[in-house]
Each structure stands twice: as C-alpha cells, then as structure tokens.
Write a protein of this length. Structure first.
Length: 752
C-alpha cells in the first residue's frame, strides 16, 4: 500500500530509469482503458461517489483545469461549447468505451489555442513595451472567470506577455547590479535580450504542448477523471509507475545525472552522482548541454534523436534503458568552442540515490557548566521501500542509525520529518515500534466502514529516552502517522509548523491491463492509484485535512501559503472514530509540556530570525490577498528597492549576529555525521562541519546567479527551526534527569 505524496520539481529530473522495459509495438486501446478504470473507481474508491452527471461535470472541470489552470487559453465560448456537448455525459462515455473522442477534441482545441496565444506573443515580442502606465495583472488566475471571447482572451494574454518581459528585464537589471556591487562578473552579460528570452520560453512551452501522442492525452484526461474522486487518486502511465517504484526504493537504472531543461531548448547537466556511471566514465561534465540522444548507441547519425525543446520527461525516457546497455549523448561541452559537439557513450547501471536515504547526526552540546549533552538526530526524507524485492527498507536503515546513536550514549533524540511526503505504510508501522511498547500505530477504515488496527512489531521498544519529532507543512501521510502516534502515546514532543499536510488516505496501485479483454494490448494500459482506505490515529482522530498539530508551534512562512490537503480540490473530509481498543497512553506529565512551551516561547520571541518570519508572513498574506502585480516599471523598481533595502539591513544584522553564534557554537557544539556508508565501515564517528557541503553524494553545478545571493549561511548549518528543536530536546533531557534525581520519575517513564 502507498500513502505518499512525493512532490517533485517538474523542471528537474534524474536521467535514470526506474525499471527497464521493452518498447511496445502497439499502444493500448485507451477507450477500453477508460472504461475499465471507471468500473474500478466505482467498485474500489473509498468514497463510493454516485456515478452520475454531477460527477461527470467534475471530470469535465478537472480536465480543463489540468490543461489551463491559469485560464488564459480557453475562452468562455470554448468552455460553454464543450460543456454543452460533453459536460454531463463523460461518465456515460467512459462506460461506453468512447471517452477518448472528447478528450482528444478538447485537447486539439487547447493545442490550437496555445499555438494562437504563443503566435500572438511572438508578434508582441518583436515590438516595444510601455511600462509607464497604470496597468496590473493578477498574480493567480485560479479563481478568475474564463475570458468571455477571443478579444478579451487576447487582452488578458497581452498582459501576461508584458509581465513576463518586465519580470525578465527587472531580473536582468538586478543581477547586473548585484554583480557590480559585489565586484563579480555579470552572469547575465551574455544573456539574450529579455524579449528573446521570453520568446524561447514560449517556444519550449509550445513544443511541450504539441509533442504529445494519444497516450499523453489519455494520461491527461484519465488523471483528471481519477482526481475528481480525491486529490490522491490518480491514473499513472506505465512509465510513471516504474518511475514511482524507483523513487520508493531509492535506486534507479541510468547514467546518474541530474538534468534541467534550458529555455533555449537544450538539456543541461546540473548534477552528477558521485560514483555513478557518468562519473566513472568521466567525460560528461557539469553544465554540459545535451542536444541529441541515441538510446541504442547505434553509432549512426540516424540513431540520434534531436531533443531540442523536448519535454524533460521524454528526454529521460530516451536516456534510460536496460542495465548494462549503453546510451550515446550528443553534447556541447560547457568549456568548448561555440557549436562544438562531442558524442559521449555511457554504460547504464543501477544508481543509488544516497542523498535520499536516512541519515543521522550525533551532536555534543556543552552546557555553561561544561556538562555535555549528547543529542542524536535522525533525518528521514521519505518512507522508502522496495515493493518488488524488499531489499531496501527505510525502517531497517533507521534502526541501524538508532542503534548506533544508542551505542554512542545519546541523551535525547530529534527525529526530523520535515519535507517527508510519506511512503510505505508497513515501514511506518514497524518504525513506530522502535519507540513505544507493543500497541496500535494506526487504524485503517475501508469503504464498508470496517476498521483494522495495525500494531507495532515487537513488545519492547529500542529507545525510550526523551524525544522530539520535527515536522512542517510538507510532512505528509506516513510522516503524520508516526508523528500522530507518538503524540497520542505522549511519547514525543512534536515541534514545527501550525500543522502537517493533512493527508489521511491510503492508495493502492491497480494494474488496469489485467482488466482488459483477453487479446487486448495490456503493456501500456497503465495503473489506477486509487484511494481505498482512510487512516486514523490510535486516539481515533483522522489526520485528513487537519493534519497533526504540533505541541510546540514555530512561526513558518508556509502558514501564509495555501499548502496542505485542506486547500486541495475534492479532498475527503476530516472525521473521527473510536480510539483503538488496546490503546494505552504514557504519562503526559513526563513530557513537561507547559515548561517546554514557555521556554520555547521566550526563545522564539527573543529570536530575530523568527521575528523576520513573522514579518514575512504578514506581507505574504497581504500580497496574496491583493493578488495583483503592477506593470509599471517604476512602481516595480520601487518595490524591489524596498525589498533590497530590507534584505541588506537583515543581512548586515545577521552577518554580525551569525558570526557571534558561530563562534559560540565552535566552543560548545561538536557535530558527527552518521551515514549508512559509515555504518558499513563500522568506523569511529568523525567530527564534521555541517555548514559545509561535506560528503554529498552528488556534485552540483554552481549557479552563478544564485552565488550573488549574499545572505549569510546559517551558523553551523542550523536554521532557526532545527536550532530551536535542539534547545527543546535539551530542555526535555534536563527536566527528565531532574525528575530522576528528585525521585518523581517512575520506571515506566511516568511521574509519581
């Protein structure tokens, strides 16, 4: 079962294969795929929604939204025409095996509208722009109405183009100014004119919209149909499912390079996995530009596929393949002469994504009286697991790190689940047992209302000492199960944003190909990832929409943004069930929450960095509520000048303060890293500097523009949230030890 929300940057992709598979000579009958998916949704989805015209209208709305979420391509006339023809009958057409006709017809109009808009943009970009008027443009058109007709659509679009050119112009001027102020070379000196830059951007967009086949259109449409049930029910193509499996087991097959689409059409190498195939071959370098790929390494010019302006996921598809086969890349070397190209042949191999694995730290923190507290930190990016072979399990990795921290005599533990979008339900169930006695971890309710309680594995926990769980708005699903269970048991103090993400549902992937007629092409039918259950904490509360509310809440800019399940379309509701029958809590007094909260509140109020966050939250909320960006260059320059002045003031204050904090840290804190590779070597822990990028498993290209950001680095690599979490666990350790000394702490962890 899957309970993950793995969020990735759409413009970045690893040029690796999740699994290899032969290309199919034929494609699936997506009319039949849609029919079977509709049946599966009715029979399997948790919500059991009425399959009727109202649901059909949601299919329709979600499809249009998925294509044109900013409402700048379709007009109200387009939408009305589509709605009259298909709006209340898509559910019927799906069951009749005739859904691809409306999907393709709507996409054809979308493609036509995009071509028209971009053609209009290219004409506009040949001329000059007047940025002295009083025009403005909406930041987000999510809640805007469709343009009434083509004339209004052109007016809306013209403002979009104008804003793009103005933003690029201001960005360029800012880069030039910063480079001059810092005495550095201007990284934008050789950039194209802002209008040309925007033109290239739209050229890539047009290519991505036009370079689609029936499988892509089916993917867009069937994904919209499935998401009308809830945000996490989704249609996944065969290659998407393979990629997901690779993500879950942190091991892919390919060349070991991080790719990024460039606006001029090429694909640039932004990272190389240390020890990976590309690294071992040695020729491919950071910032090299890939312009063509021969996925079979045929050695002929005919075998090379031009990838200029090709969507990044399709570039990845060409580069990936079977293990021990080779791929040829036509590359423009980053240090070569203009127009120079070389062909680099790389043998594909399995690549471990070690940066995504569990890791640990042992932090020695010295008190004012010289006493050392040993604080362990475990960071888990996701609840990964190999669903096929079972050879990779995050619970096994975490257990090994935890045992090593215990051997090193840690006094308290911080479990960092920030940015952890979830993963395997089995892994979180097993992991919870490391910290609590045998008992319920999560309750799972199916569509019939039947509740199954999932308990921990063993009877005796591995670690029973003081513990803090650090979360944020991106902590979702399995992260919420672990944090919620430990909070329910009064086992740990949860610290972080105002709440976690709020994903309280379980998905199961179902192979649609198995449902197709006997002689149908099944290989590319894809999978339905369908919500089949909701999960509940041992106390009976669902994390759905509400998430887990920390015991100690820290200010966070994420709280100003529409982040979380509650802000997603078609989200299932929050509810409660009975507490698990054998659920027994530990003594809440042993967490000393009133004292911890008060001490934390005093530190947060005195912390200038949290003060800056609160200021930024207020401004972000005002900006989002205003939802308007000026197209007057002088106004925008004034806003940028004010923001720049504020940034310089903050940087000056931070620079002096961070220098003092770093000096104090050097006297009182020693950091030791614990990786899975370190555990394999069974070596003594070595001190390291977390403010430096030591031990990274990927070499990344230096972004010269980003290097102009002179914001001081966090002292000792500790941002405000992690530093406060360390203070809280240190307080908890000291309060626990005091309770032991005065004899009020019982052997079971409770207070007398």
């Amino acid at each position: 079962m899957m309970i993950s929300t793995r969020l990735r940057n759409a413009t970045l992709a690893i040029g690796l294969a999740a699994l290899s598979h032969p290309a199919c000579a034929q494609q699936a009958d997506f009319n039949e795929v849609g029919k079977q998916m509709a049946i599966m949704l009715q029979n399997s989805h948790f919500a059991r929604l009425p399959y009727n015209a109202e649901l059909s209208s949601k299919f329709f709305d979600d499809y249009l939204k998925s294509l044109d979420f900013q409402k700048v391509y379709f007009t109200q006339q387009d939408v009305d025409g589509f709605r009259a023809k298909y709006g209340d009958r898509l559910h019927t057409l799906l069951l009749q095996g005739a859904s691809m006709e409306p999907a393709q017809e709507i996409y054809a109009v979308f493609r036509e509208r995009v071509a028209e808009r971009i053609g209009h943009a290219q004409e506009m970009l040949k001329g000059e722009f007047d940025f002295t008027g009083g025009e403005s443009v909406m930041m987000s058109r999510k809640d805007a109405s469709w343009s009434r007709d083509e004339q209004e659509a052109r007016e809306v679009w013209a403002k979009q183009i104008k804003e793009a050119v103005l933003s690029e112009t201001l960005r360029r001027e800012t880069i030039t100014r910063l480079a001059k102020e810092q005495g550095k070379p201007d990284p934008g000196a050789d950039d194209a004119d802002p209008r040309e830059k925007v033109s290239l951007r739209y050229k890539r967009l047009l290519a991505s919209v036009q370079d689609v086949d029936d499988e892509d259109i089916a993917n867009y449409f069937l994904s919209a149909v499935s998401r009308a049930y809830d945000p996490h029910t989704d249609y996944m193509s065969f290659r998407e499912m393979n990629r997901f499996k690779g993500d879950m087991k942190n091991e892919l097959v390919g060349i070991g390079a991080l790719l990024q689409a460039e606006e001029d059409g090429a694909t640039i190498i932004k990272g190389i996995v240390v020890g990976g195939p590309a690294d071992k071959e040695g020729t491919l370098k950071l910032n090299d530009r890939v312009v063509a790929v021969d996925s079979l390494n045929s050695g002929t010019s005919e075998g090379m596929t031009d990838i200029m302006f090709m969507p990044i996921d399709k570039v990845v598809e060409l580069i990936r393949g079977k293990e021990s086969t080779s791929v040829a890349l036509k590359v423009e070397p980053s240090g070569g002469a203009p127009g120079q190209t070389v062909v680099i042949v790389i043998r594909r191999e399995k690549v471990e994504l070690k940066d995504e694995q569990a890791s640990g730290e042992m932090i020695h923190m010295k008190n004012g009286d010289g006493e050392i507290r040993r604080i362990g930190v475990i960071t888990l990016p996701s609840f990964y697991a190999d669903f096929d072979e079972g050879t990779t399990r995050c619970s096994v990795d975490v257990e090994r790190i935890l045992q090593r921290l215990i051997e090193e005599k840690m006094d308290g533990l911080v479990f960092d689940l920030r940015n952890n979008g979830g993963g395997s339900l089995e892994e979180v169930r097993r992991m919870t047992g490391f910290f609590v006695p045998r008992g319920p971890v999560v309750q799972v309710k199916n569509t019939l209302g039947q509740v199954q309680v999932k308990d921990t594995d063993g009877g005796k926990p591995i670690y029973t000492g003081p513990m803090v769980v650090l979360v944020d708005k991106s902590s979702a699903s399995a992260s919420e199960i672990l944090a919620g269970a430990l909070q329910d048991y009064n086992r740990a103090v949860v610290v972080g944003d105002s709440s976690t993400f709020g994903k309280g549902t379980v998905q199961q992937p179902m192979d649609i190909g198995r449902m197709l007629p006997l002689f149908a092409v099944r290989d590319k039918a894809g999978f339905l990832k369908v919500t089949i259950q909701k999960f509940y904490r041992p106390s009976g509360s669902s994390t759905q929409k509400d998430g887990v509310v920390p015991n100690v809440v820290l200010p966070s800019l994420m709280d100003a943004l529409d982040v979380g399940e509650a802000h997603m379309d078609n989200a299932l509701p929050h509810d409660r069930i009975r507490p698990a029958a054998d659920f027994r809590t530990l003594d809440a007094q042993a967490l000393f929450l009133p004292n911890l909260k008060e001490r934390s509140r005093e530190r947060v109020e005195a912390c200038q960095d949290f003060g800056y966050v609160i200021e930024d939250i207020i401004k972000a909320k005002e900006r989002i509520a205003k939802n308007k960006v000026s197209l007057n260059k002088a106004e925008r320059e004034k806003e940028l000048a004010e923001a720049d002045a504020q940034k310089k003031e903050r940087n000056a204050e931070r620079g002096a303060r961070f220098e003092k904090i770093a000096a104090e840290d050097a006297k009182s804190i020693v950091f030791h890293r614990i990786t899975l590779d370190d555990l394999e070597k069974d070596a003594d822990l070595q001190p390291y500097d977390p403010s430096k990028d030591e031990g990274s498993y990927m070499r990344r290209a230096i972004d010269e523009t980003e290097s102009l950001d002179d914001t001081p680095e966090w002292p000792s690599g500790l941002n405000a949230e992690k530093r406060e979490a360390l203070h809280i666990i240190k307080d908890l350790v000291e309060m626990t030890e005091t309770a032991k000394v005065v004899g009020i702490l019982k052997s079971d962890g409770g207070l007398r």
